[in-house]
Design a protein around this ligand. Structure first.
Ligand SMILES: NC(=O)c1ccc[n+]([C@@H]2O[C@H](COP(=O)([O-])OP(=O)(O)OC[C@H]3O[C@@H](n4cnc5c(N)ncnc54)[C@H](O)[C@@H]3O)[C@@H](O)[C@H]2O)c1
Length: 466
């Protein structure tokens, strides 16, 4: 029987740490869960009495936080104190692509992970299970173990890999009804015990047969491979969407026809302006880097193509807009619906909207953006981060609208770049009446009905269809 856990902590109160720990707190009321972060603003937001001000927008999240916060779920900046008290420490900090030095643009930047390991080594006075929840390159657990074993405190650490498979926008549901939980650990008696202890947490709400135990490297690699396979499906269907636009084939019909094949399945076959989010690109590039490091050039090239195709799709969409708008968008008002990388999240990391808009701004378009969950501050920060033009220029050329419909007044075109449900329910007849004619709609998410939009009078382009 595994030992009884009463206190866990999670380092990193982000899109993974926050929701994951909230669900653990909900399902394990006898365990005290503390989520710590060095970012005081983020912790303050997690502690805000107004649950609409949590730092992350996720359907169902505020209800779980309301139920658990202050009872057995706590958010704090007191990292050392939380580490000291916990029997299990989850590391859920960010692992972005390196922007400097060796592996720049591909390898994962592990500086935050290493800082956590060093901190745990410094503070821990009792034995701990350290769980990698962040997505990491293969063999990182070995590096963490190395750092911890040299702490000199005589403390025993078991390192587990427990990658998170939640998708933003459906995180709470994904956690509550996970397809599987993956736990990788050393194949020693102590490693096995640690795996069983972590498994017992998830067994509070998931059937045991969905909790898979592997060796530590299989677990680390499986997470990278899962994201690579998912992104590959998006790039595969997007590549065919370009071909459909040149022929009389319709991507929806093609996707449906192939999706009915039970070997292929219907999911992840929606053509779009391209995948975004903090994970797909970073994890594939990481896989590419690892393969290249081991001299597997063909393997690296194969996976890199998924990212190359995704960049092509975003560029292709922007180019198509410019060409259709009579080869110039200079001084033309274009309204962008959606900035988040997908619906039901306020996360904008690697969102296709950023790159499409950047290309339009290069052509001196006047952009108005509306997104139901993304703040004006974030939109400007995303554009400024690219460094294509000065912050002043970004603010001169782009404005952020709080109201979507009137924003369309006197515009030449609307571009739909996130699949928010509310865009479907807009009064498109009224929007048409407000716009300059011919009125163009570029639907990068295949959200609207072509026949309806054509009947209203729009010049309507739906990605993947002539
Ligand atoms: N976002 C997703 O959908 C998703 C899904 C599965 C896995 N992942 C992986 O999970 C990890 C975390 O992703 P995220 O989206 O939650 O990132 P995030 O950027 O939202 O959150 C990470 C948090 O860690 C904090 N942090 C960094 N260093 C710290 C330190 N030394 N001490 C305390 N706090 C520290 C940061 O301040 C930040 O708030 C990444 O490896 C990611 O690849 C993400």
């Amino acid at each position: 029987m595994p030992i009884k856990i009463t206190n866990i902590c999670c380092i990193g109160a982000g899109y993974v740490g926050g929701p994951t720990m909230s669900v653990i707190a909900k399902k394990c009321p006898e365990i005290t869960v503390t989520v710590v972060d060095i970012n005081q603003d983020r912790i303050d937001q997690w502690n805000d009495p107004d649950l609409d001000k949590l730092p992350i927008y996720e359907p169902g999240l505020k209800e779980v936080v309301r139920e658990t916060r202050g009872k057995n779920l706590f958010f704090s900046t007191e990292v050392d104190k939380a580490i000291e008290k916990a029997e299990i420490i989850f590391i859920s900090v960010n692992t972005p692509t390196k922007t400097y030095g060796k592996g720049k643009g591909q390898a994962a930047d592990l500086k935050y992970i290493e800082l956590c390991a060093r901190n745990i080594a410094k503070v821990a006075k009792t034995d701990k299970i350290v769980v990698e929840k962040s997505t990491l390159p293969v063999r990182t657990a070995a590096a963490i173990k190395n750092i911890l074993d040299h702490s000199g405190n005589g403390v025993n650490f078991e390192i587990l890999s427990n990658p998170e498979f939640l998708a933003e926008g459906t995180a709470i549901n994904d956690l509550l009804y996970a397809d599987r939980v993956l736990i990788g650990g050393e194949e020693t008696p102590a490693g096995q015990e640690a795996k069983d202890i972590l498994s017992s947490i998830y067994e509070h709400w998931l059937p045991k047969d969905r909790i898979l135990q592997t060796n530590v490297w299989s677990s680390e690699l499986s997470k990278l491979v899962a994201n690579a396979f998912l992104a590959q499906r998006v790039s595969s269907i997007n590549s065919i969407s370009a071909l459909c636009e040149k022929t009389d084939a319709n991507i929806e019909e093609v996707a449906r026809a192939i999706g009915f094949d039970s070997r292929i399945g219907p999911k992840f076959l929606n053509a779009s302006v391209g995948f975004g989010g903090s994970c797909f690109q970073k994890d594939i590039l990481n896989l590419v880097y690892i393969a290249r490091t081991f001299g597997l050039q063909e393997v690296a090239d194969y996976w890199e193509q998924v990212v190359i195709l995704n960049d092509y799709q975003k560029r292709r969409f922007a180019d198509h807009m410019i060409t259709t708008l009579y080869n110039t968008v200079s001084g033309k008002k274009i309204v962008v619906y959606g900035w988040a990388f997908k619906k039901d999240t306020n996360d904008t990391r690697e969102s296709a909207a950023i790159y499409v808009v950047d290309a339009l701004l290069e052509e001196k378009a006047e952009i108005v953006v509306y997104d139901p969950q993304v703040s004006e501050k974030k939109i400007y920060a995303d554009l400024d981060y690219l460094g294509t033009r000065t912050p002043e220029e970004n603010r001169r050329l782009l404005t952020v609208a709080k109201e979507p419909i009137e924003a369309a007044k006197d515009s030449h075109a609307v571009a739909i770049l996130t699949e928010w449900d509310e865009f479907k329910s807009y009064d498109w007849n009224y929007i048409y009446s407000l716009m300059l004619k011919p009125a163009f709609v570029f639907d990068g998410r295949r959200l609207l009905q072509k026949s309806t939009m054509d009947a209203i009078g729009f010049k309507y382009y739906k990605i993947g269809q002539k």
